[in-house]
Structure formats: C-alpha cells, structure tokens
Design a protein around this ligand. Structure first.
Ligand SMILES: Cc1cc2nc3c(=O)[nH]c(=O)nc-3n(C[C@H](O)[C@H](O)[C@H](O)COP(=O)(O)OP(=O)(O)OC[C@H]3O[C@@H](n4cnc5c(N)ncnc54)[C@H](O)[C@@H]3O)c2cc1C
Length: 460
C-alpha cells in the first residue's frame, strides 16, 4: 500500500498528527504495535475496574474565554470542541518539602502569595521571574540549551525555593538528570503554574475517544497490533516500511513518534543518525483503590509533589527506586469527581530501569510489593496513612513502560537531546512527540500538529 504519510505510533502525538493530515485530505496510515490507542497514556481494565495508565493531570488548563494558549490552539487545530473533553479543574496542588509547603491552583496569585509567605525575601524575585517567563519565547526552535539551575540562581538566593519550583516541573516534563533546559523550564512553568491542571471527567479515555473519532471521520487509516520492524532507505530517503507481519508499506513522508533513538534503530542501510543517547529517567507508579474517599481521610489536595530529603535529587536512582521524592495524585479531588465510586491514590517515584530489567521473574512481583511500601512510607509523611483502606492495587514499573511503548530504558521523557525541528538526516523522515521536545499529553499533541504542519502541510 502507498500513502502520502505513514505515522509510527498511535500515542497522543501520532493521533494529533494523523488528524491534522487526514483533515487536509492526505492519505494517512498510523501504524501501532499495540492493540490500544494512547501510547504512554492509555487505559486498561483489571478485575472489572477501569484504570488510566498515567493520567494525573492535563496541563495547560485555561478558562473558556482564553484563546491564545496551547490548549485552545490545539483544540482549534484539531477541530475538537472543548465541551467534548468535559474538563474538571483541580482543587489545589502543593509542593511539600521538609518543613515547607507551597500550594498552587489554576490562578497564579495563590503561588505568588505562597512564595511570599514561605520565602518573604524572595517575593519580588519571584515576580521578576514570572515577568521573564511571560516574555520568553519558548517556541523559538533555534534557542540553545541553557541550565535552569544557573538562570534560577540569578533570580534567587534560596536554593530550597529553586528546588521546590523545579520539583513539579521536572517530574512532569524533564528528560535530563539533575538540571533542566531553561526553555523546557519555561514551557513547563507556563503549562503548570501560569495555566493549570484539569482532568476530563471520564479520564484519558475521553481524550483518546475524541482523537480516534476525529481521525476516522477524516478517513484516516490505522494498522493496529502491527509494529514497524524495519525502515529501508536509499540515497538519504526512506523508501519503505516493513511491518512485523512482513507487509511492506510506502509513503512520501514518514513521521515517527517512537522516539529518536528507537526510530534510528529501525533504519536499514542508512549511515549516521545515532548521535543521541537513550534517556535514563523512568518511574514506578502505583494505583491504590480505597474503600474511602481521600477527602474523608483529610486529603483535599489534587496533587502533591514531595521531597523528603535535604536536597531534591532528580536522577536515575542506584536502587530499584528512590522513594525520597515523588508525586501523590488524588483523582477524586478534581471538581465534579466526587461521584467516583471509590477512592484513588496514585504514587509515582523515580526508578532504575536496569535494576528492574535484571530482576529474575520470581523476584519481580515481590520487588513491586516491597517498593510499593517503601514509596508509601515516604508519602505518608505528607498525607495521612491510607494503606488500611486499600482494597485493590496495581503497580507498573520501567519494564511495563518499555513493554507497552517501546521506549528504551522505559524512559518516559525520552532522550535529553531533543530534535526541536523534528528533522533527521533523512529527507523524508521526521520525529514527533516526546523526542521532538514537547512533553506531556498536551505537549505531545502540539508536537504532532506542529510537525504535520511544518513538514507536510506547509511544504506541499
Ligand atoms: C506513568 C505516566 C504518567 C503520566 N502522566 C501524565 C499526566 O498526568 N499528564 C501528562 O500530560 N502527561 C503524562 N505522562 C506523559 C505523557 O503520557 C506522554 O508525554 C505522552 O503521552 C507522550 O506521547 P507520544 O505520542 O509522544 O509518545 P508515546 O505515548 O510513547 O507513543 C508512541 C507510540 O508509538 C508506538 N510504537 C513505538 N515503536 C513502534 C514501532 N516500531 N511500530 C509501531 N508502533 C510503535 C508505541 O507503542 C506508542 O503507542 C505520563 C506518562 C507516564 C508513563
């Protein structure tokens, strides 16, 4: 079969790119190795319960009257109505460090007040930082990487404040260990602090259902349960795609959301292109189902980003997990979510892929149970003990992430070396999604849209 464009991966970026192209009458095929849509952020059923794989929060939330920010822009580009997502706002979230807490919600004023309360000497500096961020063009694809820690040290004298600002932004969108590129910091600051968190009432399946419906309505094709085994090339161009079942597809343009290094490993007969290293940062996440709502336990925050150590370390741990910091998410604590039948606590910690990958099968299950308790032991320093109320739980590890997405090392945010313009050394092969550099659900969709616009629609 021959197409105008083949897209590798039916995650958020691949689906968004597909809609954009199919909408403008390109013959598009999305090829996906798994049976389910959504990639890193999908959903599944276990023992009769429906779980979202990853959804803590949709970032970039703004009110219906705001037009010129990523969420309304992407909905416009995809012709999806805002009402279709049925977004519910967070109550409030918090960054909690030993003896310090800063709350924030979808109005930046709360965070401004909290910084002034916890760090009075830094209040004006925080206002200066916000002005700098508002004026910064984080969509300029030509900007060179700069250390956020270095830039933030020019604004603040207090290193705890720097760590407290970095903690949520790193957990929700940073592929680098220890530091973060300042452009990425600005993107994440805008999406989390200046805009905010929401959740579709029905979870991630609502977003995926809308994307798939839209794509199909424009006559886009899928090849599900059939991965790309090999990409063949000649004279710096992709000539064909070979699928796992041996079928060969051809297209003028290929857009891959599989990851940069992962895509390069599919190439046959093309020199070069392996100049990036796979990412190292992965996570373990547990979902605890409770017989009580979090609010009945006294937990009214939606998300808590915590750090229990003297300094905040965002890096691949030496052990299976680093329980000293993490993210605690209570999906019940979004507005209009109080009708959920059960309570949920999601707990995320940094994890070491190599340690998980080398565990013998008979030790894997026990290691998951051990790490669940270790992570919860630290989390309950920031929320009341909830484990007596757990009636079911599920835990996924870097191994699960690698299995379901093909990301080397289970690296959720891909390689630290982003390909911001989406170009590769091959004329008709482009990267979208995580390794193009726009992270998270909204980032991935924007990436798909912008790569489809730049490399196909604007060119034809
Ligand atoms: C536990 C967890 C929680 C998260 N929580 C949030 C959150 O609350 N909010 C948020 O905004 N973001 C969250 N994220 C991040 C977000 O899910 C991702 O940034 C985003 O979904 C990435 O989308 P993508 O399209 O770039 O890539 P992916 O989702 O990785 O999609 C790539 C797709 O390509 C397919 N593929 C790979 N190789 C091949 C091949 N050879 N052939 C065919 N198909 C292939 C994969 O199967 C996959 O479906 C979370 C991630 C995780 C893991």
């Amino acid at each position: 079969m021959d197409y105008d464009v083949i897209i590798i991966g039916a995650g958020m970026s691949g689906l968004a790119a597909g809609i954009r192209l199919a909408m403008f009458d390109r013959r598009v095929c999305i090829v996906e190795r798994h049976y389910n849509f959504g990639g890193l952020n999908s959903f599944y059923s276990l023992d009769g319960r429906r779980f979202d794989v990853g959804l803590h929060a949709l970032t970039n939330y703004v009110g219906a009257h705001v037009r010129n920010t990523p969420l309304p822009k992407l909905l416009r580009q995809l012709r999806i109505s805002r009402d279709a997502l049925d977004l519910c706002e967070q109550s409030y979230s918090a960054v909690s460090f030993p003896g310090r807490q800063m709350r924030f919600n979808n109005d930046i004023q709360l965070l401004i007040d909290e910084v002034a309360r916890e760090f009075p000497a830094e209040a004006d500096n925080f206002l200066r930082l916000i002005e700098n961020i508002k004026a910064y063009d984080d969509l300029d694809l030509s900007v060179q990487p700069t250390s956020s820690r270095r830039v933030l040290a020019e604004f603040f004298g207090d290193h705890t404040l720097i760590d407290m600002l970095l903690c949520p932004l790193m957990y929700y969108g940073n592929a680098e260990q220890h530091d973060m590129d300042y452009t990425q910091f600005v993107t994440m600051f805008k999406s989390i602090f200046l805009q905010g968190f929401a959740r579709p009432k029905q979870g991630v399946r609502r977003i995926i259902a809308e994307l798939v419906k839209r794509y199909r309505a424009c006559d886009g094709e899928f090849r599900m349960k059939c991965g790309v085994k090999r990409i063949t090339t000649q004279d710096r161009r992709v000539t064909a795609i070979e699928l796992d079942d041996g079928e060969v597809l051809t297209a003028d343009t290929i857009i891959s959301s599989a990851g940069y290094v992962e895509t390069m490993r599919l190439l046959q007969g093309a020199a070069g292109g392996m100049d990036h290293r796979p990412g190292q940062l992965s996570f373990i996440e547990s979902i605890s189902v409770l017989d009580i709502k979090p609010v009945e336990l006294g937990i009214d925050a939606t998300i808590i980003f915590f750090n229990d150590a003297e300094t905040f370390t965002y890096a691949k741990p030496g052990d299976l997990i680093d329980p000293r910091s993490g993210v605690i998410c209570m999906p019940n604590n979004y507005e209009r979510h109080d009708d959920m039948a059960e309570g949920f606590v999601r707990l995320t910690s940094l994890a070491n892929y190599d340690r998980w990958a080398s565990l013998p099968e008979d030790e894997y299950k026990a290691a998951k149970a051990r790490c669940y308790d270790l992570a919860a032991d630290h989390a309950v320093k920031f929320i009341p003990e909830f484990r007596d109320h757990v009636i079911a739980r599920d835990i996924f590890t870097p191994r699960t992430i690698e299995h379901y997405t093909g990301h080397i090392n289970g690296a959720v945010y891909g390689t630290p070396h982003k390909t911001r313009d989406g170009k590769t050394h091959l004329e008709n092969l482009f990267i979208c999604g995580t390794d193009q550099g726009f992270l998270g659900i909204i980032g991935a969709m924007l990436s798909g849209i912008s790569m489809a616009n730049a490399h196909v629609l604007a060119r034809d």
